[in-house]
Design a binder for this molecule. Structure first.
Ligand SMILES: Nc1ncnc2c1ncn2[C@@H]1O[C@H](COP(=O)(O)OP(=O)(O)OP(=O)(O)O)[C@@H](O)[C@H]1O
Length: 354
């Protein structure tokens, strides 16, 4: 039986984290569980940071947890490895019950299976870049020669070759961030948990680091959970995004689903300024081919964005762009469709939100 293809990395069901006195009475009490945050606080002195949240993190995806400050992102992600103890619900990693783990299995979980990359990486100031990267391996008991060799490979992978012998204080913020990333990668965890790793960086370096994460993800296919309050960052790095508000997930979907089919007014408002043509794909925007369509227009794969199709259409003199996969034409996008997406007047025909 093949369970690996279907077992999610994290399986989370009805998870709650309530802070405050007698917190565990809140999830099970219908009179309290649905109260707005301020009313709950007034009535009980409690804050429900995570409320009845269920989702799977699939193998190999970048799963983004996004929301405004205070929406519960950090609490939720810390619950995954019980850095914060959930109040109720169930939580599995690869089918193993995380809530049943004892201290040593939890340490093992955090060290080898789900490593956290924090905003402030906590680099060791008196150690070289190489030794900082090797540190996690040292804790795992890997011998000196091997850990330095493995660490050198990751230093190179994150673009720091030549800086191995510097100390963290001799690096820029972005370079320090890369050291932290290399250190997390070196211990080869099954899943990397990023807590707003780039929010302290200036915008250009931040963009670099986002691209780095996407590149590493493509090369390694490693599962990542990524917290951010920045919508642009979420759209750039996320395969799927869980948008949180007041402790709940208000929508969970691909960037295209979130932007193309917002679940409610809150999400619609959140994504209002996102250029739809950069997120909506031609797979969603296309219409079936008709007999009168020229069969020789420019061709794009279904994952191409509408923005790319506009460029192709412009170069092709305005003929419909064909959407082609494995040599088969799935449909076409004509200039009218493309303009409709940009103007937001054509609701993407395809997918509803997950
Ligand atoms: N230890 C705690 N005790 C009481 N309330 C807490 C505690 N930690 C967090 N909270 C509250 O839980 C809610 C969610 O906080 P959390 O830090 O998870 O939000 P966040 O979305 O990560 O915010 P930010 O983007 O500002 O880090 C907030 O209302 C916060 O005040």
């Amino acid at each position: 039986m093949n369970t690996t293809a279907t077992t999610p990395v994290f399986g989370v069901r009805n998870l709650w984290k309530v802070f405050g006195p007698r917190a565990d009475r809140v999830p099970g009490d219908p009179l309290l569980a649905d109260l707005p945050q301020a009313d709950l606080r007034a009535r009980t002195g409690c804050t429900a940071a995570v409320r009845d949240v269920s989702f799977d993190v699939r193998k190999g995806e970048v799963f983004v947890v996004m929301g405004l400050s205070g929406s519960g992102k950090s609490t939720l992600v810390r619950c995954l490895t019980r850095l914060i103890e959930p109040t109720s619900g169930t939580l599995e990693i690869d089918g193993d019950d995380v809530l049943a783990m004892d201290g040593s299995r939890l340490r093992e979980l955090r060290r080898r299976r789900a490593a956290m990359v924090f905003q402030h990486f906590g680099l060791l100031p008196h150690r070289s870049v190489l030794d900082n990267v090797a540190y996690g391996l040292e804790i795992q008991g890997v011998g000196r020669a091997e850990r330095r060799a493995r660490a050198a490979g990751f230093v190179e992978k994150v673009g720091l070759a030549g800086l191995e012998h510097r100390r963290p204080g001799q690096l820029s913020g972005g370079q320090q961030q890369r050291v932290g990333l290399a250190r997390a990668l070196a211990v080869d965890p099954e899943v990397l948990l990023f807590d707003e790793p780039f929010s302290a960086l200036d915008p250009l370096i931040r963009r670099d680091m986002q691209e780095e994460v996407v590149r590493l993800h493509r090369e390694e296919g490693r599962t990542m959970v990524f917290i951010t309050h920045d919508l642009g960052e979420a759209l750039r790095v996320g395969d799927r995004i869980a948008l949180m508000r007041d402790g709940r997930i208000v929508q969970l979907g691909t960037p295209e689903e979130i932007v193309g089919a917002p679940a409610d007014d809150y999400v619609r408002d959140f994504v209002r300024d996102v250029p739809r043509e950069q997120v909506v794909t031609v797979r969603t925007a296309m219409r079936p081919m008709r007999a009168d369509d020229a069969g020789n227009g420019p061709a794009l794969p279904p994952g191409a964005t509408v923005s790319e199709a506009i460029t192709a259409a412009a170069h092709g003199g305005g003929t419909p762009v064909r959407v082609v996969e494995n040599g088969r034409c799935l449909g076409v996008v004509d200039p009218q469709t493309l303009l409709g997406v940009v103007a937001g007047v054509t609701p993407p025909a395809g997918k509803a939100a997950a």
